[in-house]
Design a protein around this ligand. Structure first.
Ligand code: EPU
Length: 338
């Protein structure tokens, strides 16, 4: 383990921003993690733990230590007739983990195919796509409290999972380092193909005999059609969360905007498609300098070239202001702005 100084973070963040970390360390095994935590200075230093860097916007150089978790490995912990407990190391690429499951004929994460980022970051924001969320298959995770060095296991009901949220994004932010994630996957064939996008891609009858591998490939195709490739266009997936509003607000908006894209969460809570709100403010495919939104999905903010983090931030604030002015709705970033 080597702590480096003044390291460019360009290849460690999916926006491709060329900011520097004062100190940088890559942790490739669990002993590295423990060794790092023994360093007294770390307990006081400003620090940030990153995985794939696919949900971060750096607005300036980082004046502290960035620890990138690169531990690798997947293994089956136990199994019965119905399901299998699989343990995956935090530094595994999430999509490699999905591929491992698909190859082993384990059901439950196929709708989450091709989501960028690492296994360790997946529970932090409870990743989700196409009607599935990490919490649906989550069993527990292991990690280390950075302040005390204590190893701890968190069970599902302790993680405070919510829409793109968890305890690790809230009260444990930068205090707890996730080392292993344990998921419960099913041996029984069962798919979740209710999301609208599937219907338009599958021909009638095709759904009946579809295989696990085909579902995973279908999800990848839908993503490739709809979302920009971060290798080509720097981005961090959806920039904002889909906002939640109460019944009175949705009724008011519905009266003014008949075609507003929304759905019911509970009797009192409704979610609105942020992409729709942004598009209606004229921001779909709009560029300002080096920054813009994707032409096929207004919720994706793109660094078209050499944009700085602040340019991106300013652009997203313009979006927030426009949406607030037109609809009276606050857009909350999903991306961590540092
Ligand atoms: N829409 C528009 N204009 C746009 C974009 C969307 O009108 O420019 C409307 C369309 O009616 C569309 C609807 O919004 O049908 C929903 O769009 P989409 O299916 O693309 O999903 P989303 O709600 O915008 C969420 C997740 C994505 C995830 C997709 C698919 C959030 C913040 N985003 O997007 O996750 O891939 O559903 O399940 O919840 C991410 O978190 O980084 C991410 C990409």
């Amino acid at each position: 383990m080597e702590i480096q100084e003044n390291v460019s973070l360009k290849k460690y963040n999916s926006f491709g921003l060329d900011v520097k970390a004062k100190y940088f360390v890559e942790l490739t095994n669990n002993d590295d993690v423990k060794e790092l935590l023994k360093l007294d200075d770390l307990h006081y230093a400003k620090r940030l733990i990153i995985g794939g860097g696919s949900n971060i916007l750096f607005t300036k150089d980082y004046d502290g230590l960035i620890a990138k978790i690169s531990t690798k490995g997947n293994k089956v912990l136990e199994e019965n007739d119905k399901d299998v407990l699989v343990e995956s190391c935090a530094g595994e690429k999430w999509n490699d983990f999905v591929t491992y499951c698909v190859e082993k004929e384990l059901y439950g994460v196929e709708n989450l195919s091709l989501i960028p980022g690492t296994v360790g970051a997946a529970p932090v924001q409870n990743i989700g796509a196409y009607g599935a969320e990490l919490k649906d298959v989550f069993e527990s995770l292991q990690g280390i409290n950075i302040n005390t060095g204590e190893e701890k296991t968190y069970l599902k009901n302790e993680c405070k999972f919510d829409y793109r949220d968890s305890i690790f994004k809230g009260e444990l932010k930068d205090k707890f380092l996730i080392t292993k994630v344990i998921l419960r996957l099913s041996k029984e064939k069962k798919f979740n193909l209710n999301y609208r996008a599937f219907q338009s891609y599958l021909k009638p009858g095709e759904q009946k005999n579809i295989t696990l591998k085909q579902v995973s490939e279908l999800v990848k195709k839908i993503r490739r059609d709809k979302l920009p490739n971060p290798k080509k266009y720097g981005n961090a997936g959806s920039f904002f969360k889909n906002p939640e509003v109460d019944k009175d607000k949705i009724d008011e908006l519905h009266e003014r905007f008949e075609d507003i894209v929304h759905f019911k969460v509970t009797e009192e809570k409704y979610k609105i498609a942020a992409g729709w709100l942004i598009e209606k403010c004229g921001f779909r495919g709009k560029n300002i300098g080096n920054v813009g939104t994707y032409k096929r999905q207004a919720l994706i903010v793109i660094n078209f070239g050499e944009a700085t983090g602040n340019e991106i931030k300013n652009f997203t604030e313009q979006i927030q202001n426009a949406v607030h002015k037109k609809f009276g709705v606050n857009l909350i970033p999903e991306v961590n702005i540092i």
